[in-house]
Design a protein around this ligand. Structure first.
Ligand SMILES: *Cc1c(COP(=O)(O)O)cnc(C)c1O
Length: 452
């Protein structure tokens, strides 16, 4: 088992690191629970897999019927250190026995300050920074907008085609895709404007600076820099299809923002914390956002999110203007400090790059033989394939769905994404072994071969 330092090995030994199908997927216990779910849980809350989890760790999720599934989803890019990382488990157990909550806005505690200090240190740029903590990605995105408006005294915000920023009212408006995220849920918040993205596979590999000029033209003509509080962008889009803008796109947007007093907000909720083979996706091109929004991979599975950024921008909001009952909950803070320590101690940034090499090599081999693979892209442990009708660039969401559900039946957790629903995305925990990755991509390769 390569690249498996001490604490990862411990996590992996607690949950056997081998795919195992002991029943059909779903098994009888999962079927029973699914019937209870249908009778008790709102229909709008869907599930990707038809099985119920009882344990997870390393690169495996164990279900109620004893099946062991290979995890290529990390609970949507959350459990990057694994779903039972020893440092996280221990830190949370210690904290839960001390106290569960006091509310940071009532009687503060050190863990919150420790997380803020750590984020100020790790996020891009060495300027003076401040951090505020929240519960979910969407809540942090909303707060980044509040802070940007407070700082600039302007109202408009610009987001991009294919963007995903969450499911609350403001973040629904910021999210691009109608179905399933917005459909029937309007009216949406105002002063949200959408600009064209750089999408190399579908814009004829337009150069990054050219694509940025196109976006800036739309912003200047349709919004006006003087009305614009912030630009919010995912450096690599998540739900929108793992779209990585062409080199030069992000730096050109940052330069324009600086010249026009616009706050540049990087939504790194999905890309942060080693996921892309850097601490943050912005690091690759040396992009320094004014504000960076983080969540998902931050706390080893506990709900936590953050806005970190330039002190003068972060401090613009008046005292009492930011916060929330649970924001920066002590358990979540303990988990975050332990997860970040794990990433540093076990060089999970390096591990993400190893995973990239392995997964890309496997996918390129399939791509060479299969005209339905339109594009292979991504960085680190955030890799996707865009499926199309063979020899064209016409999106094929049916194929993505069919491949994913066939993989599910064979014990591999795979997620789809993309505006057209035709992207298979791979987000394994960084605690997964090479053996499990090879097994999962053997399954995927064989699945693609048998599906017409
Ligand atoms: C998941 C996600 C969000 C929303 O996070 P929640 O915790 O689900 O509210 C926002 N932005 C990006 C880029 C995401 O991937």
């Amino acid at each position: 088992m390569t690249a498996s330092p001490a604490s990862l090995a411990l996590q992996q030994s607690a949950v056997p690191q081998e795919r195992l199908l002991s029943t059909a997927i779903p098994g009888p216990e999962s079927r029973r629970l699914m019937a209870r779910k249908s009778a008790a849980v709102a229909a709008g809350v869907g599930t990707t897999m038809p099985v119920f989890a009882v344990r997870a760790g390393g690169g495996i999720v164990v279900d109620v019927d004893g099946n062991r599934l290979i995890d290529l989803g990390s609970g949507i890019a959350v459990t990057s250190v694994g779903a039972s990382a020893p440092r996280v488990v221990e830190a949370v157990q210690e904290q839960v026995a001390a106290f569960t909550h006091t509310c940071f806005m009532v009687t503060p505690y050190e863990g919150y300050v420790g997380v803020a200090e750590t984020l100020n240190r790790l996020t891009p740029g060495d300027h003076d920074k401040r951090t505020a903590l929240f519960n979910s990605g969407a809540e942090a995105v909303e707060n980044a907008v509040k802070i940007s408006r407070s700082h600039t005294g302007r109202q408009a915000i610009v987001v991009f085609d294919h963007a995903y920023h969450g499911r609350t009212n403001l973040t629904m408006a910021m999210t691009a895709k109608d179905m399933p995220y917005k459909h029937g849920f309007g009216p949406f918040a105002g002063e949200v404007y959408r600009a064209p993205l750089s999408y190399p596979y579908r814009d004829g590999s337009t150069a990054g600076v050219t694509a940025a000029a196109r976006a800036i033209d739309v912003i200047e003509k349709e919004v006006g820099a003087a009305n614009l509080a912030c630009i919010v962008i995912e450096p690599i889009q998540g739900e929108g299809g793992f779209i990585e803008p062409a080199t030069g796109f992000l730096p050109a947007l940052v330069a324009w923002c600086r010249a026009n007093g616009v706050v540049f907000v990087a939504d790194e909720v999905q890309t942060g914390f080693a996921r892309t083979g850097d601490w943050f996706a912005c690091d690759r091109e040396g992009v320094v956002p004014d504000l960076i929004v983080t969540a998902k991979g931050i706390a080893g599975g506990l709900p936590l999110s953050a806005v970190t950024g330039r002190a003068e921008i972060m401090d613009a909001a008046h005292a009492g203007g930011l916060g929330g009952t649970y924001g920066g909950n002590p358990l979540a803070c303990a988990a975050a400090l332990a997860a970040i320590e794990t990433i540093e101690a076990e060089d999970l940034v390096g591990r993400a790059r190893e995973i990239e090499e392995l997964v890309l090599a496997r996918l390129r081999r399939i791509e060479g033989q299969d005209g339905r693979i339109g594009d292979v892209r991504g960085r680190g442990a955030m890799i996707a394939v865009e499926l199309v009708e063979a020899g064209t660039d016409v999106p094929d969401p049916d194929l993505a769905r069919t491949v994913a559900s066939a993989a599910h039946r064979q014990g591999v957790i795979v997620l789809t994404c993309g505006t057209y629903g035709n992207v298979l995305r791979f987000l394994p925990p960084l605690s997964i072994s090479d053996e499990l990755l090879h097994d999962a991509f053997d399954v995927l390769a064989a699945t693609l071969e048998v599906i017409e």
